[in-house]
Design a protein around this ligand. Structure first.
Ligand SMILES: Cc1cc2nc3c(=O)[nH]c(=O)nc-3n(C[C@H](O)[C@H](O)[C@H](O)COP(=O)(O)O)c2cc1C
Length: 338
């Protein structure tokens, strides 16, 4: 058990914020697999302040999925503080506020938000201070190693935000310039947890249990973030959760399990977003449930391009299950055990 401020966290697997994916039904679907903490998609602080309907949909629905942090992006301490206070008033179920200090998307950078904040570590601290003054919940920060390899200033940023009162920090072990590609540099954050007075969540290429174990072994982090690796492989969260609880290594699920979970998620997404929008969204998620099996490339292509309705989607999934159901999905881990 560890804590984000006064919130007890039971488990090591953290569901990372992902724009376009970690909407409420996706978070609720992932939770029972063993998610200890969830984050919303990044949410514009100006959107919260100005009551945009799209923004509200991102932070209003929390259900019973706790603890969940609302992730905000913005560049101005007072606006972030105001948005936090307003969001908490509207949705008292928000367990904590997370500030995005790592997003590399140009549109976000232009508003001096996301990883652009890393140019000014003192401002990162001012943001945390301002949000803490207005929000009566813990405040966390998610950041990267730096803007680029030429400015690896994460230690400075972390010093500022922790001194300002951040209750936990997430480090994506890449630079903003690297985006999401290449190997993360956990070595640069070796034993980082021991230097920090608050919990560290580590992020970067967690696609297997071994990836998670190695990220934690190198950095000492309390939490390990599952982001892209969990899309279409929710059982990865279970494998991580179990390993850190009792050292048990659970085999990967069968395609049949995967199809069942894909249908469960599909129904939840369609219930949240409606059939037309939901099925379009599922075209980018469903194919990821079908991997590690013979013929999976062809099936993935069909799932990504053909379904127009729930009926289409389920018909394709049934066809895959008939042919491949008993095969194992996703390669099992091969690295040395921790
Ligand atoms: C499609 C996509 C959307 C993302 N959206 C966010 C976001 O809204 N906020 C954030 O802090 N990180 C976001 N991330 C970063 C992830 O939370 C995570 O730190 C990153 O993907 C590294 O983990 P991975 O390599 O295991 O996927 C996003 C990543 C992806 C791929």
């Amino acid at each position: 058990m560890w804590k984000i401020g006064d919130i007890p966290v039971d488990g090591r697997a953290v569901l990372g914020p992902m724009s376009g994916f970690t909407f409420p039904s996706y978070r609720d679907f992932m939770k029972p697999f063993g998610v200890a903490v969830s984050f919303t998609e990044m949410t514009s602080c100006m959107g919260v302040i100005h009551d945009s309907e799209r923004t509200a949909s991102m932070y209003l629905e929390f259900g019973r999925n706790r603890p969940t942090g609302l992730q905000l992006f913005g560049g101005d301490p007072e606006s972030l503080a105001e948005a936090s206070a307003k969001a908490l008033k509207t949705n008292p179920a928000i367990d904590f506020i997370d500030i995005n200090m790592g997003c590399p998307v140009p549109k976000v950078l232009r508003s001096r938000s996301g990883s652009a904040l890393m140019d000014d570590p003192a401002r990162c601290g001012q943001i945390v201070k301002a949000v803490k003054r207005r929000a009566e919940v813990p405040v966390t920060v998610k950041t990267r190693l730096g803007r680029s390899m030429e400015s690896l200033n994460f230690r400075e940023v972390l010093d500022e935000v922790v001194s300002a009162g951040a209750d936990a920090v997430t480090l994506h072990a890449r630079t903003a310039k690297e985006g999401y590609s290449g190997e993360p540099h956990f070595d640069m954050a070796e034993s980082l947890q021991s230097e920090l007075p608050v919990p560290l969540i580590i992020s970067g290429n967690v696609f297997s249990l071994d990836d998670a174990v190695s990220a934690v072994r190198i950095t000492g982090a309390k939490g390990v973030m599952v982001a892209r690796g969990g899309i279409g492989n929710p059982f990865l969260v279970t494998q991580i959760d179990r390993w850190f609880r009792d050292g048990r290594r659970i085999p990967s699920p069968t395609i049949s399990d995967q199809i069942r979970w894909c249908k469960e998620l599909s129904d939840a997404v369609i219930a949240e977003k409606g059939e037309a929008v939901g099925v379009r969204k599922l075209r980018s998620i469903a194919p990821k449930f079908v991997s590690g099996c013979r013929m999976c490339n062809a099936y993935r292509r069909v799932l990504a391009t053909e379904p127009e309705t729930r009926e289409d989607l389920f018909r394709i999934l049934d066809r895959i299950e008939e042919r491949m159901g008993s095969e194992r999905a996703h390669a099992t881990c091969t690295h040395e055990e921790y």
